[in-house]
Design a protein around this ligand. Structure first.
Ligand code: IPD
Ligand code: CA
Length: 270
C-alpha cells in the first residue's frame, strides 16, 4: 500500500515543476506547505487501512473528518500517517522526502514504516523485532563516539514566519553546539528522513522542538529498534528519558551518553 502510493501518486507528481504542483500555504505560514499530492496519498492510504483494519483509529497530518486530534491520542490501536514528510523538499524535487506510517498502541509506536520513493529505500520496524532497510537488518554503532564526533541534525521546523524569540532560541542552540565542537550540523527538511539517517549510522543525533506525532512516530521506533535512544528535549514536562509521541519535541541519538552530553551543552548558561 505504501509502495503503491509511492509509485502511483508520489513519483509522477514529484517529477512535476513547482508551478504544476498545486502548492498551498498552511495557516498563513510561508514555511508550511501542502500539495494536492499530500491529500491524495493520505486519502489513498487511509481508505486501504480502513478496509484492512476496520477497528483501528486514524491520525493523519492532513484534514480528515475521521482524524484523531494529536492531543487526543489514546491507548487504542491508532495508525499515524504523514503522507509526505518533507513536503517542501517534495515541492523542490530535493530527494529527502518520504511517506511515514506508524501504528501506536497505548500511545507507543509498535510498527514503523518509512518509504523514500525517490531512492526506493524502505525502512521497517516492529517493536521487539528490530529494524531493517530494504530487508537488511539495521544496527546503530555508537562505540567510542561522543558528541564531538557526532554529525548533528536539526531543523528550523515550519517557521516561515517564526517569531524573533523562537528563531533566537534555535540560533542559541546551534551556537552552543558549534562552540562545544561537533563534526557538523545538517538540516535536511524531513524529520522522518532524519531519523532514518540515525538508523544507518550516517548521523548520531537529531533534535527538534515543535514537531508532530506524524513526523516522528515511525522514525522513533526505527531508531529504537536499530539500537538508538529516543527522548524529549530538556525543559519539557516529562521525566528524563521519557518519550511521548505527541509531546511536540524529540532528541534521538546513537547512545544515551551522546544525549546526556548534548543536554549538558544545551542547558549550560555560558
Ligand atoms: C516537516 C518536516 C520538517 C520539520 C517540520 C515538519 P512536513 O513536516 O518534517 O523536517 O522540521 O517540523 O513539520 O510539513 O514536511 O510534513
Ligand atoms: Ca507532511
Amino acid at each position: 500500500m505504501v509502495l503503491e502510493a509511492g509509485k502511483d501518486l508520489f513519483i509522477p507528481n514529484y517529477l512535476k515543476s513547482i508551478q504544476d504542483k498545486q502548492v498551498d500555504i498552511k495557516d498563513g505560514n510561508t514555511g508550511n506547505l501542502v500539495t494536492q499530492t499530500d491529500r491524495n496519498i493520505q486519502e489513498f492510504i487511509h481508505q486501504k487501512l480502513k478496509s484492512n483494519f476496520p477497528n483501528s483509529k486514524f491520525m493523519g497530518e492532513e484534514d480528515d473528518p475521521e482524524n484523531i486530534a494529536e492531543e487526543d491520542l489514546g491507548d487504542e490501536a491508532t495508525w499515524i500517517l504523514d503522507p509526505i514528510d518533507g513536503t517542501t523538499n517534495f515541492v523542490h524535487q530535493f530527494n529527502f522526502t518520504v511517506i511515514s506510517l506508524a501504528m501506536c498502541v497505548e500511545k507507543n509506536p509498535v510498527i514503523g514504516l518509512i518509504y523514500c520513493p525517490v531512492t526506493e529505500e524502505l525502512f521497517e520496524a516492529i517493536v521487539g523485532k528490530g529494524a531493517s532497510l530494504n530487508g537488511r537488518p539495521l544496527k546503530i554503532n555508537a562505540n567510542g563516539l561522543d558528541l564531538i564526533q557526532s554529525l548533528v541534525i536539526t531543523e528550523f521546523g515550519a517557521t516561515g514566519n517564526g517569531s524573533e524569540e523562537s528563531v533566537k532560541k534555535r540560533m542559541d542552540q546551534l551556537t552552543k553546539l558549534v562552540r562545544h565542537g561537533v563534526h557538523g550540523i545538517r538540516m535536511l527538511g524531513s524529520a522522518a528522513f532524519n531519523l532514518t539517517r540515525l538508523a544507518t549510522n550516517s548521523a548520531q543525533i537529531y533534535f527538534e522542538q515543535g514537531i508532530h506525532a506524524w513526523d516522528i512516530a515511525a522514525g522513533a521506533l526505527i531508531v529504537r529498534e536499530a539500537g538508538g535512544v529516543v527522548s524529549e528535549l530538556p525543559n519539557c514536562v516529562c521525566e528524563r528519558g521519557l518519550f511521548r509521541v505527541n509531546g511536540r519535541s524529540i532528541v534521538a541519538a546513537a547512545s544515551q551518553d551522546i544525549i546526556d552530553e548534548f543536554v549538558k551543552v544545551l542547558l549550560a548558561t555560558k
